[in-house]
Design a protein around this ligand. Structure first.
Ligand code: PNS
Length: 161
């Protein structure tokens, strides 16, 4: 039986409800979905790799066919190592498109057998990004409904530390 495995890569610093919405859609489409956290994101992350891994693991617990992993180096090398057929990415708005289009074509050049598949999250998350969530939280604004409650807890714990 042919099964389709996809990788959903990102920084996930932290995971948002927009990410989880995309994961839910991907879990219905693919036999197995691996959420892959980039270890050495050049932007200095708020959460460590382990914290991001733990938050995502909690977030995907409800899905039987979704696992979480970390990776370093080229995404296509990780995809090949995982024997994945596809890379899943979300497009929230047309402003995401140019960067995603470049990455998809670069990844295709590096690994023609791996397809990039774009899904669109629920419109209510189209303005949600990890970057804005962190900024609003740090300035005292509410991020309720934009990230899962356990992420809010960890952000609160982090700001007290
Ligand atoms: O959520 P992000 O930060 O937009 O995710 C970006 C990510 C992790 C998908 C991208 O930076 C990536 O794939 N990095 C790994 C290095 C790599 O393969 N670079 C070439 C991609 S064209």
């Amino acid at each position: 039986m042919h099964t389709v495995k996809a990788i959903y890569p990102g920084s996930f610093d932290p995971v948002t409800n927009g990410h989880l919405d995309l994961i839910a859609r991907g879990s219905k489409l693919f036999d197995h979905l691996v959420v892959a956290i980039l270890q050495n994101a050049s932007k200095s992350p708020l959460f460590t790799e382990v914290e991001r891994f733990n938050m995502l693991t909690e977030g995907v617990r409800q899905f039987g066919n979704v696992s979480v992993a970390t990776f370093d180096g080229l995404l296509v090398d990780f995809a090949r190592q995982q024997q994945a057929h596809a890379v899943l990415r979300g497009i929230r708005a047309i402003s995401d498109y140019e960067y995603e289009f470049q990455m998809a074509l670069m990844n295709r050049r590096l690994a023609p057998e791996v397809e990039t598949i774009f899904l669109v999250p629920d419109a209510k998350y189209s303005f949600v990004s990890s970057r804005l969530v962190k900024q609003v939280f740090e300035l005292g604004g509410s991020v309720e409904g934009l990230v899962p409650p356990f992420v809010i807890e960890r952000m609160k714990a982090r700001s007290k530390a």
